[in-house]
Design a protein around this ligand. Structure first.
Ligand SMILES: Cc1cc2nc3c(=O)[nH]c(=O)nc-3n(C[C@H](O)[C@H](O)[C@H](O)COP(=O)(O)OP(=O)(O)OC[C@H]3O[C@@H](n4cnc5c(N)ncnc54)[C@H](O)[C@@H]3O)c2cc1C
Length: 306
């Protein structure tokens, strides 16, 4: 593998590593290294770092890696990991302000404690607010962008802009710019307008949603949630189960027996190549047997191992 040229930075307070394994940054517990991995100290430090990156340097952002397959050959360019930094969470007038590194379940509990309704669905989504904004994460009838009043975006030149949702075209697990282009920059924070509600009822709903998840999802094994988007009017899990694929394995990766739209990687023993081959096998089988083309919901990044 070609080693990336060292880049020069000044006055940084975060941690910069080279050739850093991303396996421990993903919930599937596998994947290759980033040429450069930066864990910023805070929001200002992140801006200082991004502002110093050459414009042509590829930049990838990860939150908790709970929707991410990093190929075994790793990610070229620079990766920034936001979960350990950007953790501010507070009321801002009638809004809830959360920085992008805050875990989504924490926002659900915070909103309930402050007698806000609607955020409960975030309790079972084990990613960051940045990831929830990028994916328009949702479940049980709730969706991230339904409650967004404003977002803060860090642009590649190191400057922040604040935008309202009309700057974006929001769909099912999809966020584009209003002109249809891919979102630019990094989400660094959001202000949510959760309506006033009964905090006790919200806490009870959170408990109920978590009970449902424990009963239906293989949460004891490394996984990345639903692998495929639900096709219009159907469920990917139903189609995969119908094709007899529950328990089907390639290398260390296996279609979960508990939830057919989950792929588990027990002990992190499987490679990203195993998981990707299994994704392709499930797609091909469902296509052949039902004529339906499943589209991955997980994001696949990086290069295959040489
Ligand atoms: C057990 C389990 C259950 C799940 N259940 C659900 C569910 O019910 N509903 C659901 O929608 N998802 C679910 N997921 C998937 C996942 O948790 C969500 O997509 C989550 O929002 C991803 O957040 P993350 O921080 O882990 O993002 P990552 O996986 O780190 O990144 C995902 C994508 O978002 C981008 N991204 C991350 N942070 C930023 C940022 N700050 N700015 C710009 N782009 C960014 C990344 O570049 C990447 O393309 C589940 C996952 C697991 C493991």
């Amino acid at each position: 593998m070609m080693m990336a040229e060292p880049l020069r930075f000044t006055a940084l307070r975060g941690t910069l590593s080279r050739d850093a394994s991303l396996a421990r940054y993903t919930s599937w517990r596998c994947g290759g290294p980033a040429d450069r991995l930066y864990v910023p100290a805070d929001r200002a430090d992140l801006a200082a770092f991004v502002g110093q990156l050459p414009a042509e340097e590829p930049l990838t952002v990860i939150g908790l890696g709970s929707n991410l397959l990093v190929r075994d050959g790793g990610v070229r360019g620079t990766v920034v990991a936001l979960h350990a930094a950007l953790g501010a969470l507070a009321q801002d007038g009638e809004l809830v302000h959360a920085e992008a590194g805050v875990a989504s379940p924490k926002v659900a509990r915070f909103a309930a404690l402050h007698d806000r309704a609607g955020a409960e669905f975030l309790a079972g989504i084990p990613g960051t607010i940045g990831g929830a904004l990028a994916m328009n994460a949702g479940c049980y009838g709730g969706e991230t962008w339904r409650y967004v009043a404003r977002v803060e975006v860090l642009q590649r030149d190191g400057r922040f802009v604040v935008r309202t949702p009309d700057a974006y075209r929001i769909g099912y697990r999809s966020v584009r710019l209003a002109d249809g282009g891919p979102p630019d920059g990094l989400f660094t924070a959001a202000w949510f307008a959760f309506p006033p509600g009964d905090g006790h009822a919200a806490r009870e709903r959170i408990k109920e949603l978590l009970r449902r998840r424990i009963g239906s999802q293989p949460l004891d094994l490394p996984n990345a949630g639903s692998v495929f988007r639900n096709p219009e009017g159907d469920h990917a899990a139903r189609l995969i189960e119908h094709c007899g694929l529950k328990g089907f394995a390639i290398g260390g990766a296996r279609v979960s027996e508990k939830h057919a739209n989950f792929i588990v990687n027990p002990g992190g023993a499987g490679t990203a190549a195993d998981i990707e081959a299994l994704i392709e096998h499930v797609r091909a089988t469902v296509r052949l047997r039902t004529g339906i083309e499943l589209e991955p919901e997980v994001r696949i990044i990086g290069e295959a191992a040489p």
